[in-house]
Write a protein that binds this ligand. Sequence first.
Ligand SMILES: Nc1nc2c(ncn2[C@@H]2O[C@H](COP(=O)(O)OP(=O)(O)OP(=O)(O)O)[C@@H](O)[C@H]2O)c(=O)[nH]1
Ligand SMILES: [Mg+2]
Length: 503
Amino acid sequence: MLETLTRGFKGARERLAGVRALSEDNVDEALRDVRTSLLEADVDFQVVKDFLARVKERALGEKVETRVKDASGQVHKVTPGQHFIAVCEEELTALMGPVDPDLASADGTTSIMLLGLQGVGKTTIAAKLARHLKKQGRRPLLVAADIYRPAAADQLEQLGQSIDVRVHRGAEGEQPPDICARAKELARDGGYDAIIYDTAGRLAVDDDLMVELEAIERVTSPANKLLVCDALMGRDAVNVAGAFAERIDLSGLVMTKIDGDSRGGAALAVKAVTGVPIKFLGTGETVDRLEEFRPEGLASRILGMGDIVGLVKDFEEVVDTQQAEEDAERILKGQFTMEDLLTQLKTIQKMGPLKEVMGKLPMFGDMADQVDEREMIKVEAMIQSMTKGERRDPEVIDKSRAQRIAGGSGRNPREVLDLVGRFRQMRQMMSQLGGGGAGGLLSKIPGMGNLAGAGMPGGFDPSMMMDGGGSRQMRRANQAKLRKQSKNKRKNARASRKKGRKK
Ligand SMILES: Nc1nc2c(ncn2[C@@H]2O[C@H](COP(=O)(O)OP(=O)(O)OP(=O)(O)O)[C@@H](O)[C@H]2O)c(=O)[nH]1
Ligand SMILES: [Mg+2]
């Protein structure tokens, strides 16, 4: 997802890594990388041109503050390269935003009409939005207004069943506007406070489709008219959005299949070209793969800087927060077990494909390409072959136990002992950090945020527990940092003891 875009900004960042000041020459060179990747990612040509011009003007025109204070009053050095990336981040965010992700309501009812070309994911999004609203305590009704594709209503019905949401479908021969009008009455009388109309798609923007959509719009007057486009449409998404916007006053856009395409440039350009903001992203086939669109989150991910807010949102979606906090507290006391590790691996899996989760972790975004989901499954299999006692205290695992565990999980004994070794390091790290007091957003996540306080933003690396990949370097850096930290801690403790004696 979005790898093409990320590549260009990464190239630019590397080019500017050592420079002492931004100049016309080095900025131009960095922007060349950005330009290539934006165009490759299918971003509209004019949008690219304007974007580059703005970034260049600001990068060269603004005085670079070499030191900034963060919220806690700590002073950080800013390099010219960082300044450049910060400008890119702001401009990317401005390009895609501002967005109000809330769905509008009228008379207490949230009504949504979904429209778009064939196969872009309207029916899937209908179910995802119904689930989303249900989670917010609403009572949604889904309406199957596609009478042209024989299986369309069945598909929606099945999805509805899976999320326990009622689906209204028309009688034989009933026309879509009539179906929708009836559904609206049904919603009113049946105490539904949200209604989602799933309309039919067409191969191209044709007049029949538009006339039907206008009729549905007239009878339902939905508070939200969302155009669904998929990332695979590339530059076409912009044209299609323009064509629909001419006939229907769109309130927003949903970009689906973001997971299925490495370019995704349409997501960047569509607001600039059509004025219609993206409200949601569809990031997978299942009903839980829906994200509210946050331009700053996407901009940050594109720049390879992760998206902490998005990550925490994903996390909250899949985890019992209170339990997580209790676990975190225990883990920080050094009582970290293989059982905890298993829970964490499962949590991460629930949050989505590992690549995506990594993409949202600051500093690890670049490595998202290298992670291998299979490693996680291997680790899981090994832990599952351990006895309860072994999971609680993996130190008891000797050669012969390793042999047994390896046999049970289809691995070899060396891999089992490796896992135990890496686990030991991790446990040590956790307890060292526990003493230092953690903070920040991610501190809610067991084993994740607790490293955040150590000056490593979101410093949990799931691949720490796995072999290979780009994580070794990270691991070493982590360990060096920790050594330095505990050295400082000891030093401070000595100093304060000394002070105490003097008094
Ligand atoms: N990978 C991925 N696949 C998706 C996503 N959203 C939908 N799909 C898949 O895309 C295909 C079409 O989705 P539908 O929801 O049926 O699309 P539609 O717009 O309702 O199609 P029509 O009603 O025929 O116009 C299905 O196979 C979905 O599973 C997504 O975000 N990611
Ligand atoms: Mg459909």
